[in-house]
Design a protein around this ligand. Structure first.
Ligand code: ZN
Length: 356
């Protein structure tokens, strides 16, 4: 769909006139506890000149707060009179999880494993279907904003399937953010959107349960750089665009259980053989070291905590496209090491795999 055209922007049963901002309601995220349906606010800025429609979604995981503030700042700052195209912002997709401070829906399902959804499936699947059908599939581009999972933190970064040329061009527009190649776990909003050939990325920044000013600012700046790059903002001159750096990523796991202390910080470049952290058994006092198996950059990591053997501790980005790794596309074809935590082992022992 093209936004900013004379007929207005039709979405959620309404028409948003050209050159205006509106707040609409998406009903599909309603309660399923017998109460009346509860609407989720959807902010729309429809520019006064034609251009792409970009969707911003945050808090699909209700405890991931940084994206809520990013969407608020962006939607408040956009002036429809100076925008080409349109922007749709949903600051809190999982309002019920947000209210309970939880990643999950009230039925303990992870909404971001049910896209594109099914209108006659589980509650999560119906909510996913409604969001996907009523909003997402109308967008040309999607930025789904997340943070690390429980007790983990992420360097601000994009995750994108760079094998899709449209996605790759979109990811390039954010400027100098780290871009990690990832096809996306099936069921995620990004994966479902990419499958429809929508230019979709995940923007990861920081930790759940916190509002982090530096991470929020980095995300907002990157999204505005994208809008400029897409020709959506009538700034006098384009800000200088740093080159994106592509990575593939791998998790380093603890082989022993105990108390984890990190010896590196987010964003740090490490060499193969460097010590990333220590794990100490509080009873036997035995200590083991976690070594980096590769040269890479710390793009995600566990906070200091008690870990079990096998716990994913450090997520290392391995630069793609440098001579040692062969050509960019070759190295992107390497087996993906997705965030190993599916919907079931995010520190939530009650979460069970359920049939759709
Ligand atoms: Zn998330």
């Amino acid at each position: 769909m093209s936004a900013g055209t004379p007929g207005g922007l039709a979405l959620l049963g309404q028409t948003v006139p050209v050159g205006t901002s509106q707040r609409l309601i998406w009903e599909g995220g309603g309660t399923f506890d017998g109460g009346s349906a509860e609407g989720i606010p959807v902010f729309i800025v429809n520019g006064n000149a034609p251009g792409p429609l970009v969707c911003l979604t945050a808090a699909i995981h209700g405890d991931e707060l940084n994206g809520i503030e990013m969407v608020r700042r962006i939607m408040q700052d956009l002036d429809p009179a100076r925008l080409s195209g349109g922007v749709v912002g949903i600051p809190i997709v999982n309002l019920q999880g947000f209210r309970r401070g939880s990643r999950y829906l009230p039925d303990r399902r992870d909404l971001n494993r049910f896209f594109p959804g099914n209108p006659s499936g589980s509650a999560a699947s119906r909510i996913a279907h409604s969001l996907f059908t009523d909003v997402i599939r109308h967008c040309n581009g999607l930025i789904d904003i997340h943070t690390g999972s429980l007790n983990r933190t992420n360097l601000p970064q994009l995750r994108a399937d760079l094998r899709n040329e449209r996605v790759r061009q979109f990811a390039d527009g954010f400027g100098g953010l780290v871009v990690v190649q990832s096809p996306g776990v099936p069921g995620t909003l990004r994966r479902a959107a990419t499958d429809l050939n929508i230019a979709a990325v995940t923007l990861e920044a920081g930790e759940p349960g916190r509002l982090q000013s530096v991470e929020v600012r980095i995300g907002v700046d990157a999204i505005f750089r994208l809008f400029q790059q897409l020709g959506m903002l009538d700034r006098l001159r384009l800000l200088k665009q740093p080159k994106p750096v592509y990575y593939r990523s791998t998790w380093v796991r603890a082989d022993d259980g105990g108390i984890l202390f990190s010896l590196v910080r987010l964003g740090q470049v490490v060499s193969a053989g460097d010590i990333l952290g220590t794990v100490t058994d509080p009873i036997t006092n035995e200590q083991s070291l976690i070594y980096s198996p590769v040269r890479g950059r710390v793009v995600g990591m566990a906070l200091n905590q008690v870990v079990m053997p096998g716990f994913a501790t450090f997520n290392l980005g391995i630069e793609a496209g440098d001579a040692r790794n062969g050509s960019l596309m070759e190295s992107l074809e390497a087996p993906p090491d997705e965030e190993p935590e599916g919907s079931r082992d995010l520190g939530d022992p009650d979460e069970q795999e359920r049939p759709e």
